[in-house]
Write a protein that binds this ligand. Structure first.
Ligand code: APR
Length: 231
């Protein structure tokens, strides 16, 4: 079986109705990133940060995976697939993908403010009670916080992602502006000569990646094209 790695970003979930971060109407236009997605922002105004992610969770519960997510999941029928996503939504899993590395955390999970990556204190919120507020405590007694990797924090799953990419046969990139490191650095670990398919309606910085085919379309059309014409 071929080994396929799929690297996804916010563009993957646009057709489900979720916003991207950058570009016109992106989330970071509406909410200053330093206030809602950094440890400093959380220290300065934890309530604002908790309510930002409460809102994101409520939005997520209203949307469904799109055809693109389903086609990525379908790849598992004939291939050994790892999805490496920068997205904190759970749409890949809801579409049926079984091997998903969430580099930037998971929106439906919360963790300890003192030990964010200690699995003993990570828990999944239920769709019936998707919010946390000041005073909700983790089992270590600290304030519960979103299980999200903020800017300036370590990316603990990066090693797993690098390992997964290092011996693949096909690499697919969908809907990421490749602005954020270390995630964007994964491109440096693609084995030489491996076919790389990029699905994005816009230009993204992929200079230096060899054997690249850019499919200028949305996630669903792009995945359909790859499955029909390229794999
Ligand atoms: N299908 C595919 N791609 C699309 C679509 C679509 N329908 N619509 C837009 N795009 C593309 C845009 O052209 C852009 O290249 O999706 C990309 C989205 O880029 P960003 O908003 O920068 O999102 P992403 O790359 O995932 O951001 C990385 O930044 O703020 C952080 O932690 C956050 O994980 C996020 C990280």
């Amino acid at each position: 079986m071929r080994k396929i790695a799929v690297l996804t970003g916010a563009g993957m979930s646009v057709e489900s109705g979720l916003s991207t971060f950058r570009g016109g109407g992106g989330l970071w236009d509406e909410y200053p990133v330093e206030k809602v997605a950094t440890p400093e922002g959380y220290a300065a105004d934890p309530s604002l940060v908790l309510s930002f992610y409460n809102k994101r969770r409520r939005e997520l519960l209203l949307v469904e995976p799109n055809e693109g997510h389903r086609l990525v999941a379908q790849l598992e029928k004939d291939n050994n697939v790892v999805v490496i996503t920068q997205n904190v939504d759970d749409l890949h899993e809801r579409a049926g993908s079984t091997n998903v590395i969430h580099l930037h955390g998971e929106l439906m999970k919360v963790c300890s403010s003192r030990n964010p990556n200690d699995s003993r204190y990570i828990k999944r919120l239920s769709p019936e009670a998707p919010e946390i507020t000041l005073g909700d405590l983790a089992d270590d007694g600290s304030q519960l916080r979103p299980f999200i990797v903020w800017f300036g924090e370590a990316v603990p799953l990066m090693e797993d992602a690098i390992k997964a990419v290092s011996d693949i046969d096909v690499f697919i990139i969908i809907g990421t502006s490749l602005n954020v490191y270390p995630a964007a650095g994964l491109l440096n670990y693609i084995p030489y000569g491996v076919p790389v398919y990029l699905i994005d309606p816009n230009n993204v910085p992929v200079n230096g990646v060899c054997n690249l085919t850019h499919i200028r379309s949305g996630a669903s059309d792009g995945m359909r094209k790859i499955i029909n014409d390229c794999l």
